[in-house]
Ligand binder design. Structure first.
Ligand code: KG4
Ligand code: ZN
Length: 353
């Protein structure tokens, strides 16, 4: 199979990558739009769409040149078609379809969540490769889910957030502490200076059956603590203690939910032993080390892809394209961008009881 071009434009990263069928990255580029969105304190969909349109053609040209492949030398075009912001999704998929039509190449519409899910299978990340089935904890700015990944296009949802996503909670608390946007990385840095036992924040859903999460009560408790202390009177030490206490509560909850998810996984798939943690929040070092311990205690091995593959990128999109091409899953050019596209709808499996 010839190399595949991956295109990612679902949120605020414009990314392109060329990957060989053996999983070798021949070229990759990610352009973050942080400077465009920072003045607004979050991603502005219209600004994102304009930036994708502006950057994508040149970025694709760059990765093809760097990879030493021309469009006609590709084996397929994989573009994120959802879920995400509709403007960016339309730009990425239409651009990808254009190349596919011009060179009569297969077009593969990629579900962004499946790209995160399959990133663990990029050769070289897991000893002997990440064989199906495995447990996925997908923790990003827009999604927080526990999923049994049983094959390409085959996913069973075990649980997920009933309100905010984990990254969203990090971002909102960071905003309360005046840390700017995106808040997760800044909050992690500040938390290192603080005392995680200073504020006894709630641990929503802890020790409840199943593996659903809820973060809005925790976020409210932090907001109340900040209000009590007076937002403007908050010194660095107090802010660091709040950040550390919040992060500890998040990590405690996620480790508890991960242990339950591992039990559910093992009941349904007794040969499963891998827990993959992906999405932007998986970059958090405290979370990675705590989840690694929780996985071990449950008889699982944790795999968190390198940080650059946890946040949004086109390498995972190209790889998902390779996996789907191999499985014979090519898409019709009439397929539209889908802002909402639950992972479970990729297959006919229903929610695990
Ligand atoms: O997967 P991602 O790059 O984009 C989405 O698909 O949403 O995730 C971005 C999210 C943001 O909410 C960001 O604050 C969070 O991941 N994040 C972190 C860290 N790095 C990024 N959260 C906690 N600790 C971090 N080190
Ligand atoms: Zn993502």
């Amino acid at each position: 199979m010839k190399p595949v071009l991956g295109i990612e434009t679902s949120c605020d990263e414009t990314a392109a990558a060329v990957m060989g069928a053996d999983g070798r990255v021949l070229a990759e580029a990610v352009l973050s739009q942080l400077s465009e969105h920072r003045p607004f304190g979050g991603v502005v969909p219209e600004v994102a769409a304009r930036a994708h349109l502006h950057y994508l053609p040149e970025l694709v040209r760059q990765v093809l040149t760097h990879a030493g492949v021309d469009s006609a030398g590709l084996g397929g075009i994989a573009a994120t078609a959802g879920p995400g912001l509709i403007g960016g999704l339309i730009i990425g998929t239409q651009f990808g379809k254009g190349i596919a039509i011009a060179h009569r190449l297969p077009f593969i519409a990629i579900n962004h969540l499946e790209a995160h899910a399959l990133s663990a299978r990029i050769p070289g990340l897991a000893d002997g490769g990440a064989a199906f089935p495995y447990l996925l904890l997908l923790l990003s700015g827009g999604h927080s889910q526990c999923i049994a990944v049983t094959g390409v296009g085959r996913h069973v949802r075990l649980g997920g957030t009933i309100d905010d996503a984990a990254g969203e909670a990090f971002d909102k608390v960071a905003k309360l502490l005046g840390l700017g946007w995106p808040g997760g990385p800044a909050l992690e840095v500040l938390a290192e200076e603080g005392d995680p036992a200073r504020f006894p924040f709630p641990r929503p859903m802890l020790r409840r059956p199943g593996c659903d999460f809820s973060f809005s009560g925790l976020k409210t408790a932090v907001a109340q603590a900040v209000a009590r202390l007076g937002k403007n009177a908050l010194g660095r030490e107090q802010a660091a203690d709040i950040a550390a206490s919040f992060q500890r509560a998040m990590v405690d909850v996620l480790a508890d939910r991960a242990a339950n998810a591992a039990r559910m996984m093992q009941n349904a798939y007794p040969n499963a032993h891998l827990m993959v943690v992906a999405g932007g929040v998986a970059a958090n070092a405290r979370l990675r080390s705590t989840l690694a311990r929780a996985a071990k205690d449950s008889g699982f091995q944790m795999l968190a892809p390198p940080v650059r593959l946890c946040s949004d990128n086109a390498v995972m999109v190209a790889w998902a394209g390779i996996e789907r091409l191999r499985a014979g899953l090519i898409d019709d050019l009439s397929l539209d961008a889908q802002p909402r596209w639950p992972l479970e709808t990729l297959n006919d499996q229903s929610i695990l009881a």
